[in-house]
Each structure stands twice: as C-alpha cells, then as structure tokens.
Design a protein around this ligand. Structure first.
Ligand SMILES: [Zn+2]
Length: 287
C-alpha cells in the first residue's frame, strides 16, 4: 500500500526518532518475511548498535546501523510499521520487533504476508533494489530525461508508471491519481501519446507526488501505520463523483489490479486483449 509519498513521510518521522537510538533487542517472531543476507545473525549482532541513517529508495525503506549493516523493508501492499511503547499489545500479524532504548518499539506487521524485510551488508543483494530506475521526484529526472526513458517502453501508460525500472516510487494508487490529474486514459499505449500529453503526464507526476508528500506529512503524526488515502481524487473511489466533472468514477480490474479513472475527463478505449478484459471487468463494477 505505501508508495513514495507515505514512505517519504514515514522516513522523515523515523529519522527524527530512530537515528542515534540504541537497539536493545531484535525479536523475529515469524521469520517468513525476513531474509537474512548478512554473515551474522541479526537477532544477536544488532543488539547494542545504534541507528545511523534512515533512507528511502523507491518503495524500500533502508535502516542503517553502526558498523555498516542495513535492514531493508519493502512493505508491498500490506506491510505496516508501528512505532509504539514496549508494553503495547502485540498484533497477531507482528513479524518482527526492534526494541529500542527509552522503551520504544519499531514493529513490522503484515496482514497478508506480502512484504519483505532483508538484513544485509550489501544493498545490491536485495532483490529488485539495484535495478530500480531513478526516483520519480529526483531533480535529475527533467522533462527531457522523462521523455527519453519513456521511449524504452511501449505498453500501457499506467503499467509504465508503476514499473520500478522506469522510475522508482509510484504504485497502483498514485498512478491513478497522476493519470487523472494529467487527464490521460490509463490504458493508452505509450506510442499513442503526443509530446504535449507526455509533458502533461510529467508535470502531473511531479505535482501529485509533491502535494501528497505535504498532505501525508501533515496528517501522519505518530500514526505511521495508517494509510492516508481518504482525500485521493479517484483511487479507491469507484462509483463516487469525479471531483472535476461529477461523472461517476469507473473501476476496472485488469490483471488483478483495480484502476480508477473518470471516463469523461480521461476518455479512451482499450484495444485487443485488454479490451475484452476491461469489458468483463466493467460488468463487475460496484457502484
Ligand atoms: Zn471527471
């Protein structure tokens, strides 16, 4: 569930509270999400060390401790971090807990066991990490760089936006928001986009992500485990009125992912196989 804006806000929050804090213990309750890629057992080797940095790269959070070890978390759709006192009741789906000095815990909870956490000395060992494209909000990704990178992809524009090799940080929810802001049909193929439409897409990507970071930062407080998606324009809003034109927002499930968009503001038609999938999915739309 968390994408660039939420992870950026969580990172900033944890930088404030975790950096320099000493680890008193690491309890791995359910090893299934944890991959130890380091040479030592982190549940003993991490005790007594302090956090030195918290970073984000794409949809990964990176927790670095003294002597060069990292914990890398990719929460995928259902992973959540909790920042709570030691005595707080443990949720059933708690996978591991870092006990910190001053009685605070950082806990990883994952209702559907979809996320992954890696202990490693070398970030490039983490699957999917080194291969990521540049950050979607990186100053290096100017409009011309964006145009150039798009040329390598010929598929549907929503699929490209969520492809972490194209740009890192955008998932299903913010791709819908960006495409709505850019007034582009999510299933248009990249070669069909005009230079003007690509510019609109680029500007929408930058403004939606920046605006959402501000919003999530303002709403989050200590509740780093919550999602802050109530005030999105279209994602998760199938059947509700489009905030721009009032037309009901469509919801289409293609390849197991829900896509929300406004047929009035984002006109277009699917072609070929995808069109049959869309027609089948449209009949299941809940309004
Ligand atoms: Zn609309």
């Amino acid at each position: 569930m968390p994408e660039l804006p939420e992870l950026e806000a969580i990172k900033e929050y944890l930088q404030k509270y975790l950096v320099k804090r000493r680890i008193e213990g690491l309890e791995i309750l359910k090893p299934i999400v944890v991959r130890n890629l380091s040479r030592s057992d982190p549940s003993t080797s991490w005790v007594g060390r302090r956090f030195v940095a918290i970073d984000r790269r794409g949809k990964f959070l990176i927790f670095s401790v003294e002597r060069g070890d990292h914990l890398v978390i990719n929460p995928m759709l259902t992973g959540r971090l909790y920042w709570v006192p030691w005595e707080e009741r443990r949720l059933a789906k708690t996978f591991f807990i870092l006990h910190l000095e001053d009685g605070q815990d950082l806990r990883y909870v994952d209702d559907k066991t979809m996320g992954r956490a890696y202990f490693t000395e070398n970030l490039s060992l983490v699957p999917g990490f080194a291969e990521q494209g540049p950050e979607a909000l990186s100053p290096e990704v100017a409009l011309e760089v964006f145009r150039e990178r798009l040329k390598a992809h010929r598929g549907e524009i929503k699929g490209i936006l969520t492809n972490q090799f194209f740009l890192a940080g955008i998932g299903n929810a913010y791709a819908d928001e960006i495409l709505w802001a850019a007034r582009l049909y999510p299933f248009r193929r990249r070669p069909q986009l005009s230079p003007e439409e690509i510019e609109r897409l680029y500007l929408a990507m930058r403004s939606v992500l920046k605006e959402r970071i501000e919003i999530v930062r303002g709403q989050m407080g200590d509740d780093i485990h919550l999602k802050f998606r109530q005030d999105l324009a279209v994602h998760g809003k199938g059947g509700q009125p489009c905030p721009r034109c009032g037309n009901p927002i469509s919801e289409v499930k293609v390849r197991n992912r829900a896509t929300n968009f406004c047929r009035n503001c984002q006109p277009g038609i699917m072609i070929g196989r995808s069109r049959r999938l869309e027609t089948a999915a449209e009949s299941r739309v809940v309004r």
